[in-house]
Design a binder for this molecule. Structure first.
Ligand code: RET
Length: 270
């Protein structure tokens, strides 16, 4: 069915995509520049953030172009009679970035290697199952049973991910330094709140009768959620990696070591 959007509705989605491109590009640059401030032991988490926003930057450029190609401007309105809007970019993006985001959280914890591997495997499998189940549902008619069934199938691994993050990881939080524990618990909450926007955006077309409003809300919802789940999440992971680096006595390049007057003098004269 061809949707007809007012100029305001079309522009809202267009500008949301443009905002995401700017956010991903800026955070890509920022994560590259800030890398040296984190100790080598915690750099993997920053590397993962950098890759995540890089992948998203690429996909949002494609999503943006696909949106532009899908519509023609006639009589003051935008009619969706062009090349079909490609919903798959979003899902391919998630397929890559969601396991990487979960890995970011796991590697910054620095648990023992057996526990890390087990968490990475289980969280990755659950994330892939969730996204693969969501895709056919995304393409199904808004009021179809298929949309609801695939949505429920995708929600089961989602609940499993939340269970692992809250129940299993909760036990290891106590073993981190107090400042780090606070940041980590904030990180988990950000993850839960922002990730819940996705299933809500998915079900919007099933509950809102007007297909145009539903489409605009869904695209804007996913875009806002992506900025919170990738750049904002990456910034919090960076804060944790920096706090841990400092706790472990890592000095940023060029920073004098003030912990001993002797070393401080040496560092400042280098
Ligand atoms: C779907 C539909 C099926 C039910 C559920 C979903 C959840 C998707 C989520 C996506 C998260 C994406 C992120 C991307 C960012 O980089 C697949 C929409 C529960 C949680 C974090």
């Amino acid at each position: 069915m061809d949707l007809t959007l007012s100029q305001g509705q079309y522009d809202l989605v267009y500008n949301s995509f443009s905002f995401v491109i700017a956010s991903m590009g800026a955070s890509l640059l920022f994560f590259i520049l800030v890398r040296g401030r984190v100790s080598p032991r915690h750099r993997m988490a920053i590397t993962l953030s950098t890759i995540v926003v890089g992948i998203a930057l690429y996909h949002y450029v494609r999503i943006f172009n696909s949106w532009v190609e899908a519509f023609t401007y006639t009589g003051g309105q935008y009619v969706q009679d062009g090349i079909p809007f490609n919903e798959a970019y979003r899902y391919v993006d998630w397929l890559l970035t969601v396991p990487l985001l979960l890995a970011e959280l796991v590697v910054v914890l620095k648990l023992d290697s057996g526990k890390t591997r087990s968490l990475l495997v289980r969280l990755t499998v659950a994330a892939l199952a969730m996204i693969i189940a969501g895709y056919p549902g995304e393409l199904a008619a808004p009021d179809s049973t298929a949309k609801v069934v695939w949505g429920i199938v995708g929600t089961l691994p989602f609940i499993y991910i939340l269970y692992v993050l809250f129940v299993e990881l909760g036990n290891s939080l106590g073993r981190q330094a107090p400042g780090v524990t606070r940041l980590l618990s904030g990180l988990r909450w950000i993850l839960v709140i922002t990730w819940t926007v996705y299933p809500i955006a998915y079900f919007v077309p099933a509950v809102i009768d007007d297909p145009v409003t539903a489409e605009v809300l869904r695209q804007v919802g996913y875009s806002v959620a992506d900025v919170l789940a990738k750049p904002l999440f990456g910034l919090l992971v960076l804060a944790i990696a920096l706090a841990k680096s400092r706790d472990e006595g890592y000095l940023e390049p060029g920073e004098p070591d003030l912990s001993s007057p002797e070393k401080g003098r040496q560092a400042s004269t280098v």
